[in-house]
Design a protein around this ligand. Structure first.
Ligand SMILES: O=C(O)C(=O)C[C@H](O)[C@H](O)COP(=O)(O)O
Length: 303
């Protein structure tokens, strides 16, 4: 039986630094990166879709073609007169930071006429992030959350990475409030402790896990950079050891690739522990190369 994995958010033009100081241009964005890696690790019985909005200019068309060629089905509203967003990666000793040109991008309208998530039924999965919420106007956030809640009530598993980006929000309070609204519609939450500790004041990974469980998640995966990942369910907590990367070139998409391998693994019947260990393996490869989308990285499904 073919199942669906639908990722929702914004894909942008990416300017990624090369070793020689020049930049290469590609297409990336947290939820799209997850869709791209999901396609690479999933078998043919899982269809991967990407829900967003683009403009009607050349780069929007190129982005759509790029998605199709990567095996990701575009579910894209076309907004004449708008353009896709752009971001640039800056690196200091491999640690990335981003500059954005995206405030009026087509993707900010992705939920304008969204009533239900297209093509999803019981047993499928929908994925969104805190960045997806951050780029939308409040009315768009409400529409997206309502569509996710409706899908969840129909048996779709909803997964959410809070992916905290303070710069995309009007303030910390606003960010934290909407992140927890997002968490309320999620079955699986995939927060990163470094960000959650900084902005929610969680004392440790267990506190982050407990906060997302109490919002309604059944499974929380607390990522922590090179440190062990904490898996939390209402019944148990389990630390999954990680092997640090030999060389950190660019940490961009470490979390996105982790999410892809973890979620596809769980959808394919792996235990959360196996899926998390494999996900760490994939993201270790991703941070060893420049840019968000690393062609050579792989971590096939094992069971
Ligand atoms: O910041 C955004 O809006 C983006 O989507 C740009 C990046 O591609 C992802 O943020 C990478 O995400 P990490 O896996 O957390 O490194």
């Amino acid at each position: 039986m073919t199942r669906q994995f639908l990722s929702i958010g914004e894909c942008m033009i990416e300017m990624a630094p090369r070793a020689d100081g020049s930049y290469s241009m590609g297409f990336a964005g947290d939820t799209f990166n997850t869709a791209w890696y999901a396609r690479r690790v999933a078998g043919p019985d899982l269809e991967i879709g990407y829900l967003s909005a683009v403009g009607d200019d050349g780069p929007s068309q190129e982005m759509t073609t790029f998605m199709r060629e990567a095996g990701v089905r575009p579910e894209l509203a076309v907004r004449p007169g708008r353009a896709v967003g752009l971001y640039m990666i800056s690196l200091i000793e491999g640690e990335r930071s981003f500059s954005y040109w995206r405030s009026t991008s087509a993707a900010t309208t992705l939920a304008d006429d969204l009533d239900r998530l297209p093509g999803l039924g019981a047993g499928d999965m929908a994925f969104f992030s805190g960045i997806t919420l951050a780029i939308l106007p409040e009315s768009g956030r409400e529409k997206l959350l309502a569509a996710l809640a409706k899908a969840r009530a129909e048996g779709v598993t909803v997964a959410f990475d809070p992916n905290l980006r303070p710069r995309l929000w009007s303030g910390t309070e606003d960010m934290c409030r909407w992140i927890m609204r997002g968490a309320e519609v999620a079955d699986i939450a995939l927060p990163s402790y470094e960000d959650e500790g900084a902005h929610f004041g969680d004392a440790d990974k267990a506190a982050t896990g407990a906060r997302y469980l109490s919002a309604g998640a059944q499974l929380v995966i607390v990522k922590d950079g090179p440190l062990p990942v904490l898996l939390v369910t209402p019944e148990a907590e389990n630390l999954v050891e990680t092997v640090p990367a030999e060389q950190v070139v660019d940490t961009t998409a470490a979390g996105d690739s982790f999410n892809a391998r973890f979620l596809v693994g769980v959808l394919s019947g792996e235990t959360a522990t196996v899926a998390a260990a494999q996900a760490c393996g994939l993201s270790r490869q991703v941070i060893g190369a420049h840019g968000a989308l690393v062609e050579s990285a792989s971590a096939p499904i094992t069971g």
